[in-house]
Design a protein around this ligand. Structure first.
Ligand code: NOJ
Length: 543
């Protein structure tokens, strides 16, 4: 059996502070709003929260552009508010992990202000400066290089122009990052989710990338780069090893073989990685020409099998279907065509991903079955990526209707609409009109309604979380995928010693023959028949 760890047994609830709860009526969520609602997280059964960035930031990319790592964003409150949040969470038995964004800072960070002021200052080499640029494109569109008049040089920005990449080759940069991490560690936080951490070591030859349109693809030279493992081992020695932390790296470009290196405990790097292969499967995006490929279950299952078997016994998986960069899972994989199918499919998806081997993450609102938002026109979008995609789509000759259709399918704003606490004004999120519009379904899909309904998606998630918590087999047991080629059914087993669970999910609206013996310990139907109905999901303890 894998070594026992709290971060393997726990369940993480991800909170996007801007959209969770607004305590001061300015239309923007804040830390006090989160503190006021921690009991909700506790009742759900999650014992860890991950907060998206709440540091000082000019908000070019909603907090992923940090101008001070040790101050709180004005919109979100003060350091006292943070301390109160942490202390209340701990008193409720909830651990708190923060976002660590150190591939880049904001261009308004004093490190960058100094670095960009001349070629000769004590931080001159803290960012990546070059007289000549290569052909790399930035993730948010355009060139990855921006000209700076004062230095007469370009700086590298893998994301927006306002997010210059730090130079991790410089030991002073690394030490400054480690010192900042210890500041938060000494405050008592319980770990970090590390933003695009697999991108911090760049190929120092900066070769041109293969062109995919106007610009070259930088990923072979930035993802899992030459010194990445050396840097993470150093970070572990200098910081992580001093605390009992959960560390999860966002694994841009991390394959199974890379992830084994990142997460094998003997190598002393990170606990786990957010991999992308399952999220990117048949997802339309600018990189693949916005092709809307049909979803095929056998292909999707193969990805899970590869990751489950690949990390088994050595590394550790993350389990997730949603986050602040993804669309809502029930709209993407489920069926929202009728209220009944919406409810059944939201629960089926929950069972499908939650009981594999790994630490499960729930993105706020997923536990209610929140759907994608019916954005009416471009002025309703807020995300820098959506606004850039819109420009690209229009440049490529798409009509407004076509461009809007694609943005609705992929936009990160789908997951950033305000959390629906009730069906009243602004969903109980704020007394002020919110910074981004509400989801159209908030009158029905909200906490107050779902609290009242014993068969709600929310109450189902509570049972599912409790079920996993009670069973070592569901946490540490071996994983076996069954019926690999079946186009409708997602079935797997978890086994430990003599104990066996079979997780059976009909990922379609069709009726399907399927029988097995045992005790049903969880189901999204109230009775059990010798066949599976639309989106039927059940967990069976086998006899
Ligand atoms: C990944 C984060 O999850 C995303 O929201 C952000 O835009 C980029 N990294 C850049 O920090």
């Amino acid at each position: 059996m894998n070594e026992r760890k709290w971060w393997k047994e726990g369940c993480v609830y991800q909170i996007y502070p801007r959209s969770f709860a607004d305590s001061n009526g300015d239309g923007i969520g804040d830390l006090k709003g989160i503190t006021d609602h921690l009991e909700y997280v506790k009742k759900l059964g999650c014992d860890i929260i991950w907060l998206n960035p709440c540091y000082k930031s000019p908000n070019d990319d909603n907090g992923y552009d940090i101008s001070s790592y040790t101050e709180i964003m004005d919109d979100f409150g003060t350091m006292e508010d943070f301390d109160a949040l942490l202390s209340k969470a701990h008193s409720l038995g909830i651990k708190v992990i923060m976002d660590l964004v150190v591939n880049h800072t904001s261009d308004e960070h004093e490190w960058f202000i100094t670095s960009s002021s001349s070629r000769d200052n004590d931080k001159a080499d803290w960012y990546i400066w070059r007289e000549k640029k290569n052909n790399w494109g930035a993730c948010f569109g355009g060139s990855a290089w921006e000209w700076n008049e004062k230095r007469g040089e370009y700086y590298l920005h893998s994301f927006s122009r306002k997010q210059p990449d730090l130079n991790w080759e410089n030991v002073d940069v690394r030490n400054a990052v480690y010192e900042m991490m210890r500041y938060w560690g000494d405050k008592g936080i319980d770990g970090f989710r590390m933003d695009v951490i697999t991108m911090i070591s760049k190929d120092q030859n900066f070769p041109d990338g293969v062109k995919t349109g106007e610009y070259g693809d930088s990923s072979p030279y930035t993802n899992n780069g030459p010194r990445i493992h050396e840097f993470l081992k150093e970070m572990n020695r200098e910081v992580i090893s001093r605390y009992d932390w959960l560390t999860v790296g966002e694994g841009a470009g991390a394959r199974v073989e890379d992830t084994l290196l990142y997460t094998d405990p003997e190598r002393k790097e990170l606990n786990m990685i957010f991999s992308f292969e399952h999220m990117n499967y048949n997802k339309p995006s600018g990189e693949n020409g916005w092709i809307e490929a049909p979803f095929s279950l056998p292909g999707y299952k193969k990805i899970y099998k590869k990751w489950q078997e690949g990390l088994s016994g050595r590394g550790w998986n993350t389990l997730y279907l949603e986050n602040h960069d993804q669309t809502r899972s029930v709209s993407r994989y489920g069926d929202t065509s009728t209220p009944e199918l919406w409810k059944k499919s939201a629960k089926a998806l929950a069972v499908m991903y939650f009981l594999m081997e790994g630490t499960p993450y729930i993105y706020m609102g997923q536990e209610l079955g929140v759907t994608n938002t019916d954005f009416q026109d471009i002025t309703e979008f807020r995300d820098i990526a959506a606004l850039n995609d819109w420009k690209e789509l229009k440049k490529s000759g798409r009509s407004d209707e076509e461009a809007l259709h694609l943005l609705r399918l992929v936009s990160r704003d789908n997951s950033r609409t305000p959390f629906p606490w009730n069906g009243g004004e602004n969903g109980g999120f704020s007394t002020h009109s919110p910074w981004i519009r509400m989801n159209q379904d908030y009158g029905l899909i909200n906490v107050e309604e779902e609290e009242k309904d014993p068969s709600s998606v929310l109450n189902f998630y509570r049972k599912l979380i409790a079920l996993r918590k009670e069973s070592d087999t569901l946490i540490y047991g071996d994983f076996t995928l069954l019926e690999e080629d079946d186009e409708d059914l997602f079935i797997y087993q978890r086994t430990m010693g003599d104990e066996k669970y079979r997780i059976i999910v009909n990922m379609s609206g069709k009726e399907r023959e399927y029988q097995c013996k045992g005790k049903v310990v969880l189901s999204n139907y109230s009775d059990c028949l010798p066949y599976l109905r639309a989106w039927e999901a059940k967990v069976i303890k086998e006899e």
